[in-house]
Every structure is written in C-alpha cells, then in structure tokens.
Ligand binder design. Structure first.
Ligand SMILES: Nc1ncnc2c1ncn2[C@@H]1O[C@H](COP(=O)(O)OP(=O)(O)OP(=O)(O)O)[C@@H](O)[C@H]1O
Length: 227
C-alpha cells in the first residue's frame, strides 16, 4: 500500500528544524534520505514514523547503533519477545528461524545479553526484529556506521536480498551518498530542514540540480567503503 504524509514539520527551541514536508512512498520503494550532518534527516525520519504509525501503518526503525535498541541488562530472547509483544503477537509466533536465516544470525545464544554477541550480529538481530510482521516501511538511520566496512556491506546485502520482491519499503538515512547510491533507487536530499531535491538515484548522481545535491555528489565516497 502506498504511504503518504503531508505537512510534517518540527520546531525545537524556537527554531524550525523541519519545514513542512510531504512524502509519498510506494510499496517496495528503496529510498535514500541524504544530506549533511544536521540537515534534518533524523528529524524527518522520526516525524515520518510518528505520522505513519498514527495512521495505523506498521513502521519499523533501526537506529545507528544496536546500543540504542538493546538493553544491556536483558537477554536477546527478552528483546525478541518484546518485539513480538509490541506487535500484538503471541510469544514464539514470529518467524524467527526464517528471519535469522535471512540475516545470517547463527550461533548466537539467545539467553545471553547483547554484549556477548558481536556488534555485527547485534545489528543484524535488531534488523531481524524490525522485520517481524513484515512492516510497510523500515527506516534505517545510519544503520551500518557502527560496523566495520566488510560487516556493514554484508549486512546491507542480506537486507537487500530479504526485501527483494517484498512490499516493505525501505528508507535509508545517511550522510554517505556513496552508500545510498549503491542501495537505493531514489534519493531525497535534505538541506537546512528542507527536502530540496528528490529524483531517481542516477539522475541525482549525474545531474544534481541543487547546490546541496551538487556538494554531496562532489564529495561522495565511492570506493572507500564496500557497502
Ligand atoms: N531537541 C533538539 N533541540 C534543538 N535542536 C535540535 C534538537 N534535535 C535536533 N536539533 C537540531 O536540528 C537539526 C537537525 O538535526 P537532525 O539530527 O535531524 O539532523 P541529521 O541530518 O539527522 O544529522 P546527523 O547526520 O548528524 O545525524 C540539527 O541542527 C540539530 O542540532
């Protein structure tokens, strides 16, 4: 189902950090939300999630670091059950085996706390939790920046493969245009709390129209990261 929001905005400490913004997201879309640090990407991501949830849409959020999603005092099994509970599912009813296979989560002891798992496996676990119930949209906010480049690339490959052919749309928030370009079909460029440009990825890479997009393209990181 197509997702749409209109007039999203945010004011903090008397300053408008997100100007009224409207978005339409098609089923299965892969969108990159790019822009410099502080341009308002995360603010738009959160506003989008809140609005869509208020509309009754299922939207999952994957933060930058697994530390933000996992309580260090709780077992991995606890987190999984909480995720099921939040979706109104009975414990054990989510397709844990399928999602663990898709995200290559093997050998992790669910009775352990997060710190006994590798960072990469923790983040893949967080993504697997986000995919329980096949959400309408998964918003990933710099999801691999806490991982080394090889693990980061492998994680994004697994997610790409899992989403292929599914209706779940993906929004990848990143300041790394090179990363976004390899993963999404459509780019949205933010600058100073406004969405200043949106177009198919290749169009923005080849013919950026705004100064914000031109700056990102000029300084993109193509080769240094494999993901
Ligand atoms: N609670 C707040 N109070 C005041 N200013 C805020 C608050 N939250 C965010 N901001 C400001 O709003 C602007 C946008 O922040 P936001 O985190 O959305 O940007 P971003 O593009 O996601 O940045 P980054 O890539 O560094 O995460 C920044 O200038 C930030 O300092």
């Amino acid at each position: 189902m197509t997702l749409s929001v209109s007039g999203l905005s945010a004011v903090r400490s008397g300053r408008t950090i997100l100007h009224p913004t409207s978005l339409v997201i098609a089923p299965g879309a892969r969108i990159g939300l790019v822009g410099l640090s502080g341009s308002g990407k995360s603010t738009l991501g959160h506003a989008l999630i809140d609005d869509l949830r208020a509309q009754g849409r299922s939207v999952a959020h994957v933060p930058q670091s697994p530390d933000e999603a996992l309580d260090p005092l709780r077992s991995m099994a606890f987190h999984w059950q909480e995720a099921e509970h939040a979706l109104g599912l009975t414990p054990g009813s989510a397709d844990q085996r399928g999602l663990f296979a898709a995200l290559n989560i093997e050998g992790g002891d669910l009775s352990k706390r997060p710190w006994s798992w590798s960072r990469g496996m923790q983040q893949r676990f967080v993504i697997a939790m986000a995919l329980i119930g096949t959400p309408d949209l998964i918003v990933l906010d710099e999801p691999t920046s806490a991982l080394d480049p090889v693990v980061a690339a492998a994680t994004m490959d697994l997610l790409d493969r899992h989403l292929d052919g599914r209706e779940t749309a993906m929004m990848l928030i990143t300041h790394d245009l090179g990363l976004a370009a390899r993963r999404v079909f459509q780019l949205m460029v933010m600058h100073d709390g406004q969405l200043v440009e949106q177009a198919p990825t290749d169009d923005i890479l080849l013919r950026p129209q705004t100064r914000a997009a031109q700056a990102l393209v000029a300084h993109r990181n193509w080769m240094a990261l494999p993901c």
